[in-house]
Design a protein around this ligand. Structure first.
Ligand code: MRU
Length: 361
């Protein structure tokens, strides 16, 4: 992967490594995921409204990638500030962060990353906006490189669940496109593939926006992993036919009791996996755990535009006047989850105790 290097005033070189979410000098650069798999194109910006729109329109999507893009975007936008003192600069940064945080409600990584940047600036004793600008860049790049490390560690920890000839079902996209590196749910798959294991991956198409078909299938195929796309309503059939050994998905927010929000359809998959006695795993870093909520009923669920359901990709597929309900996420109750693959290891039930033990002690 090609690296972006940036020299701090301490003389150290800081790097942003990845391709899908990246900081160029003064600009955020992203793969435009709305164009995949047809076209691989990049967008660049240092404009706050554009960054908000990129997150809202899913130009960049996937919980960790949204967090990284927001932090890098905030840093890029703030470089242009002409604030003469630290208070004015801080006010500008806080209001930009609040605005970006209103782009999507479910993935906690967005709030986690923005909050981390704002709180760091507030607690710093820096004396000039220029120093604060530099700190912001450094922190955003740190968030990016931590995500890279967490993806790799999730891959190594999760790979023990995958043997030769394992058949894995995944939903939505929790791969390289959704993070700063290998992904979460796809990371153990990449690690196992690199080890030379034979694998078969079923990618749920993931209605209505087809992240599974457009993105997961695209990136696994490019990496040489054997991937088969199925429509969401085929999952029960392939499970019944004993064609799936394990289900692994990502998450957008995990409550302390292990209840996990992820792309709409994940809950249904977990119910199916339980019925067919197939292990169901969530893969996610600590930035996806919301330590402030006890269970999944407290997770806000994004509802998106009706046209995504009835006019997907430009074709009217239902009467234009019909009622539409379009929740983008659902919550899988913890009792359906076999384990949560994290950068620190695999958390098993009881999640509430084990999440505490792993992260709080
Ligand atoms: O609406 P999206 O495409 O942002 O939803 C993404 C997902 O649900 C992913 O599974 C989740 O964010 C984990 S990404 C590592």
């Amino acid at each position: 992967m090609d690296a972006v290097r940036w020299k701090g005033s301490d003389g150290k070189i800081y790097s942003g490594f990845q391709d899908g979410v990246k900081l160029l000098p003064g600009k955020l650069r992203l793969i435009d995921q709305t164009l995949l798999p047809e076209k691989l194109e990049y967008v660049e910006t240092d404009n706050l409204e554009e960054i908000y729109s990129f997150i809202k329109r899913l130009v960049v999507r996937g919980a960790p990638a949204i967090g990284c893009a927001a932090a890098l975007g905030l840093a890029a936008v703030s470089q242009k500030s002409s604030a003469a003192d630290t208070k004015t600069f801080m006010d500008e940064v806080s209001s930009s962060a609040d605005y970006l945080a209103s782009s999507r409600p479910t993935a906690v990584n967005l709030f986690w990353a923005l909050n981390r940047c704002v709180e760091l600036l507030k607690s710093s004793k820096l004396k000039s906006p220029d120093e604060m600008k530099e700190l912001l860049i450094r922190e955003a790049l740190e968030i990016l490189s931590e995500d890279i490390e967490m993806c790799r560690a999730i891959g190594l920890n999760g790979a023990c669940l995958i043997k030769d000839d394992t058949r894995i079902l995944t939903h939505c996209n929790a791969g390289a496109l959704a993070t700063a590196d290998y992904g979460t749910a796809l990371s153990p798959i990449y690690v196992a593939h690199e080890k030379g294991l034979r694998l078969k991956v079923f990618a749920d198409e993931t209605r209505p926006l087809l992240q599974g078909a457009r993105l997961t299938a695209w990136e696994l195929d490019r990496a040489g992993v054997d991937v088969t796309v199925i429509c969401d309503n085929m999952a029960a059939f392939v499970m019944r036919k004993k064609m799936v050994d394990i289900v692994i998905t990502g998450a957008d927010r995990i409550a302390m009791n292990g209840d996990s929000a992820n792309k709409i359809g994940t809950y249904g998959l977990a119910v199916l996996a339980s019925y067919h006695k197939i292990p169901f795993y969530i893969a996610a870093p600590y930035s996806t755990i919301d330590f402030s909520i006890t269970d999944g009923s407290q997770i806000p669920i994004e509802e998106r535009d009706r046209d995504e359901v009835i006019r997907g990709f430009g074709k009217l597929t239902a009467p234009a006047s019909v009622n539409v309900f379009n929740p983008a996420f659902d919550v899988t109750p913890c009792e359906l989850i076999s384990g949560i693959i994290t950068e620190r290891g695999i958390i098993i039930p009881p999640f509430i105790e084990n999440i505490e033990n792993l992260y709080r002690k």
